[in-house]
Design a protein around this ligand. Structure first.
Ligand code: GLU
Length: 490
């Protein structure tokens, strides 16, 4: 059975690139009837951020990615671990790593290295000057055992390094990139145990992937150069390596690596901006994958059935914000007003708007902007005027083009009179529209002379949806109140 994993380090928020890795790993597992595992790689204690684990899981849950094994969060937001190969948080597995490091040392695959930071810096500097590859120079690799023993007894600060072969090549077949070959002599004797007693990523990652039964390692391109080290570790431990698949880099439209400096990068940013998880997932699935057809809208369920390695591309994937907006609009448009109202409600609350559904026709309000808004936050911004106690606008805005203040006032007074006659139960968009439009044609008025001041009076805005939609969403009392205020202003 296929088992894939997502193995983030809890260094803050889940990055959009992380979501892509997680999604692809998840989809590959699901497509093949396998399991998706979440492991937390927190051996780099300097980069650990409190709440980072919760944040990653919350973002995955929000996106709809379900964890079959490993670290998860229950409904009470407590971190849990599930499955038979735990613990799944690396800082809880130190004894396991130490055992394997000892085995590698005992079998001559690893060695203690006592070189100081300054010494390493010096060597590095020299190699750079001589335009040589900057790798560890092997000073401690062949240190006599007796000397090592003395140094250890003296408790000299040290790390443990793996012994990379110094010649030959390491070849492997990446499921996305095809066959890749590395010259062993250019590869560092990687540190596997740090001086703080924590293993490095490389060691812990290999041990865990093996012990947790991971069949397919799916991760970002930046890890490609690490594969030969990992393959060598598998070899030293007598284990069969998993399949590897490295996803292309995510870049912005200027072909730069996505970074915080260039705008939103965390999944939470997108959530807060009012992107729907369905839209973000659909968009992210297309960052490096395509179905090979014209179809662009895929639910997560559909992706689980149709996703495949063969259609994942090698070239960098461009993160195009306009395309994301397009996806979001498509998902917004396709939702019923009722469902959409439920989804948008928390955004009203966040914006500090007192939206009591008894008092307002929420669905009519949402319908005002549903076809236009890119995000839920944008929609809330656009319709916030409905809930305002008092509208702020210049009285001159009420006057249509070549019309006059007096005329606007007179028209509004008549509009007020006509609308006051409609009783509350018949207050609909069609109802108000019929009365006003019939009257306009009866009197042969210009539409603009009436509709402009009416619309500004009830919206306070230069641009807004039409007056009858707004009147419907506002309800009779507020519409009348706003018209009266406008008359007084003129
Ligand atoms: N902890 C690594 C990261 O955060 C995992 C890389 C891998 O998937 O092997 O990117």
């Amino acid at each position: 059975m296929i088992k894939t994993r997502f193995a983030p380090s809890p260094t803050g928020f889940l990055h959009i690139g992380g979501l892509r890795t997680a999604l692809f790993a998840y989809l590959i597992a699901k497509k093949n009837g396998g399991d998706f595992l979440l492991r937390i790689e927190d051996t780099d204690r300097e980069r650990f951020v409190d709440g980072g684990i919760e944040n990653i899981i919350r973002s995955l849950q929000w996106a709809g990615i379900k964890i079959d094994e490993g670290v998860d969060m229950d409904t009470g937001n407590e971190i849990i671990q599930k499955g038979g190969s735990g613990p799944y948080i690396q800082s809880e597995r130190l004894d396991i790593y130490i055992e394997y490091i000892q085995k590698l040392l005992d079998e001559g695959h690893a060695y203690h290295c006592f070189c100081s930071k300054e010494k390493l810096e010096e060597v590095r500097h020299e190699q750079e000057e001589n335009k040589q590859p900057t790798i560890y120079d092997g000073t401690c690799r062949n240190m006599p055992e007796s000397e090592v023993k003395i140094m250890l007894r003296e408790e000299r600060e040290h790390v443990v390094r793996m012994k990379m072969p110094t010649e030959g090549v390491t070849k492997f077949n990446d499921l996305i990139h095809g066959e890749i070959e590395f010259q062993n002599k250019l590869i560092d004797d990687q540190v596997i145990l740090k001086s703080d007693g924590f293993p490095t990523y490389h060691l812990a990652n290999v041990i865990d992937d093996y012990l947790m039964g991971i069949t397919n390692v799916i991760r970002g391109d930046e890890w490609l150069p690490s594969v030969p080290k990992h393959i060598e570790l598998y070899k030293m431990l007598g284990w069969k390596p998993p399949y590897f698949a490295h996803l292309s880099l995510l870049v912005n439209e200027k072909k730069q690596k996505l970074s915080k400096r260039h705008g939103d990068v965390s999944v939470q940013d997108f959530e807060e901006k009012g992107y729907l998880p369905e839209a973000l997932i659909n968009f992210v699935a297309f960052l490096g994958w395509n179905p090979g057809s014209e179809k662009e809208i895929f639910t997560l369920d559909e992706l689980e059935k149709e996703f495949s390695f063969e259609k994942i591309g090698k070239s960098p994937s461009i993160f195009n914000r306009e395309k994301l907006d397009w996806y979001n609009r498509e998902y917004i448009k396709s939702m019923s007003n009722e469902e959409f109202a439920n989804r948008v409600m928390p955004f009203f609350v966040n914006a500090g708007l007192k939206v009591e559904s008894k008092k307002y026709k929420i669905e009519s309000i949402i319908a005002l902007e549903k076809e236009r808004a890119n995000t839920l936050v944008e929609l809330v911004d656009e319709v916030a005027f409905i809930f305002a106690e008092k509208l702020e606008y210049e009285p001159t805005l009420l006057v249509w083009k070549k019309s006059t203040r007096e005329d606007a006032k007179e028209k509004l007074e008549q509009v007020l009179q006509l609308l006051s006659q409609i009783d509350n139960n018949n207050w609909t968009k069609e109802g108000t529209q019929k009365i006003i439009m019939d009257w306009i044609s009866e009197k042969s008025y210009n539409n603009g002379d009436v509709l402009w001041p009416m619309r500004v009076a009830i919206s306070g805005k230069k641009n807004s949806p039409g007056p009858f939609e707004i009147a419907d969403a506002l309800g009779k009392d507020k519409t009348i109140e706003r018209l009266e205020t406008a008359v007084k202003l003129l």
